[in-house]
Design a protein around this ligand. Structure first.
Ligand SMILES: Nc1ncnc2c1ncn2[C@@H]1O[C@H](COP(=O)(O)OP(=O)(O)OP(=O)(O)O)[C@@H](O)[C@H]1O
Length: 226
């Protein structure tokens, strides 16, 4: 099976409110998919359903392997040092070996408390910790924001290498320029519904001057049809 993530006809209400409706798309091995939509469109809710944190009212979720969800504000046990946190996650997941942390350039942060870290370093620690149980799928909510350009390059390289091993990444973001140069394809959500099909970013670059242009075009089209 080539698909790592398959969502079919997912519907989720919270209270009386229908948050996502008939959501369906897939992410294949090796693929990084940007999940795009305006504030409140339903990205986080979809990611939480895919992660099993929310139970869908209807529909099917297939994850080939295991997944880890990183929320936009990852809970990282602020009082622990990075080394202690990593050790805790190692014990929690009962793994013998840890991923190599040199590529994350975390050496100088290991003895710092998590609460002392910059946002970018917190995100790197969250990503490192997410990889400890060796998941096949990463579900990332607004992960690529608040990271400086040097760390962004590093994070992009790490995520690309992770995907190249046959894993899949679904990431929500408002950073369209970053998504454009580093994701493989995109899925748009508007008001809880998927707009169109998953589209390769290569195709978008042939028809639109930027992902931002495509995004705005699609959102305006949707308004016209409302
Ligand atoms: N626990 C909840 N109770 C009630 N409404 C909720 C709850 N969680 C989300 N919503 C509503 O569901 C809708 C979709 O929210 P969601 O967080 O999934 O959107 P999003 O696309 O991730 O937005 P953003 O880009 O702002 O993070 C919003 O209208 C939000 O107010």
């Amino acid at each position: 099976m080539n698909e790592r993530i398959q969502l079919r006809h997912i519907t989720k209400s919270i209270g009386e409110k229908a948050i996502i409706r008939d959501v369906g798309f897939s992410v294949t091995r090796g693929e990084i998919v940007a999940f795009l939509g305006q504030n409140g469109a339903g990205k986080t809710t979809t990611l939480k359903v895919a992660a099993g944190l929310y139970k869908a009212d209807q529909g099917e979720i297939d994850i080939d392997g295991t997944s880890v969800f990183i929320p936009d504000d990852p809970l990282l046990y602020e009082e622990l040092t990075v080394r202690e946190y990593i050790q805790m996650m190692k014990e929690l997941h009962r793994v013998n070996a840890l991923p190599d942390h040199t590529a994350f350039r975390l050496e100088e942060e290991l003895e710092k408390k998590i609460k002392e870290l910059s946002l970018g370093n917190k995100k790197k620690v969250a990503l490192y910790a997410a990889l400890i149980p060796q998941p096949n799928v990463l579900l990332l909510d607004e992960f690529i924001s608040g990271i400086d350009p040097l760390n962004m390059r590093l994070v992009k390289d790490l995520l690309r290498a992770y995907a190249a091993e046959g894993n899949a990444i679904l990431l929500s973001t408002h950073q369209l320029s970053v998504a454009q140069e580093f994701c493989d394809s995109c899925v748009l959500i508007q008001d809880g519904r998927i707009l169109g099909e998953k589209v390769p970013l290569k195709t978008i670059s042939e028809t639109h001057s930027s992902l931002e242009d495509y995004f705005i075009h699609m959102m305006q089209e949707e308004h016209v049809h409302e």
